[in-house]
Ligand binder design. Structure first.
Ligand code: FE2
Length: 322
C-alpha cells in the first residue's frame, strides 16, 4: 500500500481539493509527520488525524519531454500535410511535432506574417529581441550568419537564451535560389548514439556547463548549460548545439567530446533534407532537433520568415484536441 502520508496528501475529498481547480487545499505542514492509516474500505480511508477521505487515481507521471517519450529516428520521411488538411484536422501534424520532432505544412498562404498565424493555430508566439517574427534573407550587414548565403551547419536556435524557445517555425515566402536545402536531424537520437559509442564523451557533454552568448548593439544574451541536458533520472531532455555562439571551455577533453558528438551529428543518413518552396512551413522542436541549410547563390531570392513558439501550448493543444 502507498505510504500514509501520500494517501493523506492525495485525498480528493472536497475539503482537501478545490472542486473547481482540482488544486490542493491542504498544506504539507497541515499533515502530521506521523500520520497513519487507521482504517480503509476501498477508496475510503480513515487517518490518525481523524480525517476520513477518499483516495483518487494518481495521474500518469512525467511530462513527455524526455527521450523515452519520443520516437527517435535517422533521416525519416518528412511528415507532411497540406494547410487545408491541417485546418481540417491539426492533430496528426501536432502529434508529429511532439513525437517525431517536426512536421511540414505545404500550400500555406504566402503573405508575409503567415508564420504567426501558423504558430497561433496551436499556441502562442514567443516574442524575443528579434521581434515577433524574423526575416531570413540576405542582408548587407548581417548580425547573424543566417542572413547570408553561407551554409549553416546543424544547430539549435537561441541556445544563449534561458528559457530557450522550445518550438521554431520557418515559413518560405520565396525561393528561387540554387542550393539552400534545409536539413533536420534528431538530436536525441544523436545523444543516444554518443552514449552507446563513447560513454565518457557523453558524460563530459552532459556534465560540463558551457556558455552560449550573442550580442548586438542593444541586446546581450548569455546562458550557461550543458550541450546535452539530462533529467535527474539520466534521460536526455534537451540539446543545445550552436558552434556560432558557443564559448567553449579551454579543455582538450571537452573538445574531444564535442568533436565526437559533431561526428555523430554529421554521420551519413542522420539528416533529412528537403527544399522549402513558397508556402512551405516547417515546425520543429528546438529542444531536440537540429536544423541546417546548404549554401545558396546570393544573386537569387530566398526569403523565409521565422518565429518561435512553445511546446507547453502544443501539449495543451494536443490533449484538448485528441
Ligand atoms: Fe537557425
Amino acid at each position: 500500500m502507498e505510504p500514509a502520508v501520500w494517501l493523506r496528501d492525495n485525498c480528493v475529498c472536497p475539503r482537501c481539493r478545490d472542486p473547481h481547480s482540482g488544486q490542493r487545499l491542504v498544506a504539507l505542514a497541515d499533515i502530521p509527520a506521523d500520520i497513519a492509516v487507521v482504517g480503509r474500505d476501498g477508496a475510503v480511508v480513515t487517518f490518525s488525524d481523524g480525517h476520513r477521505g477518499e483516495v483518487g487515481e494518481p495521474p500518469a507521471p512525467g511530462d513527455g519531454r524526455t527521450e523515452d517519450a519520443k520516437t527517435l529516428w535517422d533521416a525519416v520521411d518528412v511528415p507532411r500535410w497540406s494547410w487545408r488538411e491541417y485546418l481540417d484536422d491539426p492533430v496528426p501534424a501536432a502529434r508529429a511535432v511532439w513525437e517525431t520532432g517536426f512536421c511540414l505544412l505545404t500550400s500555406t498562404p504566402t503573405q508575409p506574417g503567415t508564420v504567426l498565424a501558423v504558430a497561433r493555430s496551436f499556441g502562442h508566439v514567443r516574442t524575443t529581441n528579434y521581434g515577433e517574427l524574423f526575416d531570413v534573407r540576405i542582408e548587407e550587414r548581417p548580425n547573424n550568419l543566417a542572413f547570408t548565403g553561407l551554409a549553416i551547419g546543424p544547430h539549435t536556435d537561441n541556445p544563449y537564451r534561458d528559457p530557450v524557445p522550445t518550438i521554431q517555425l520557418l515559413h518560405c515566402l520565396r525561393n528561387s535560389a540554387e542550393g539552400g536545402e534545409s536539413g533536420l536531424l534528431d538530436g536525441f537520437r544523436a545523444a543516444d548514439l554518443l552514449r552507446q559509442r563513447h560513454p565518457e564523451y557523453f558524460r563530459i557533454l552532459t556534465s560540463t556547463p558551457v556558455t552560449f552568448a550573442w550580442s548586438d548593439g542593444t541586446t546581450r544574451l548569455r546562458a550557461e548549460k550543458p550541450i546535452i541536458g539530462l533529467d535527474p533520472l539520466g534521460r536526455v531532455r534537451e540539446v543545445r548545439y550552436n558552434h556560432r555562439s558557443l564559448r567553449p571551455p579551454a579543455s582538450a577533453d571537452f573538445y574531444a567530446a564535442y568533436r565526437a558528438f559533431d561526428d555523430v551529428l554529421n554521420r551519413p543518413g542522420a539528416t533529412v533534407t528537403f527544399r522549402l518552396d513558397p508556402g512551405d512551413c516547417v515546425i520543429f522542436d528546438n529542444t531536440r532537433l537540429m536544423h541546417s541549410r546548404t549554401a545558396f547563390t546570393t544573386a537569387s531570392e530566398r526569403h523565409l520568415q521565422g518565429c518561435y513558439a512553445d511546446l507547453d501550448a502544443l501539449q495543451t493543444f494536443l490533449e484538448e484536441s485528441s
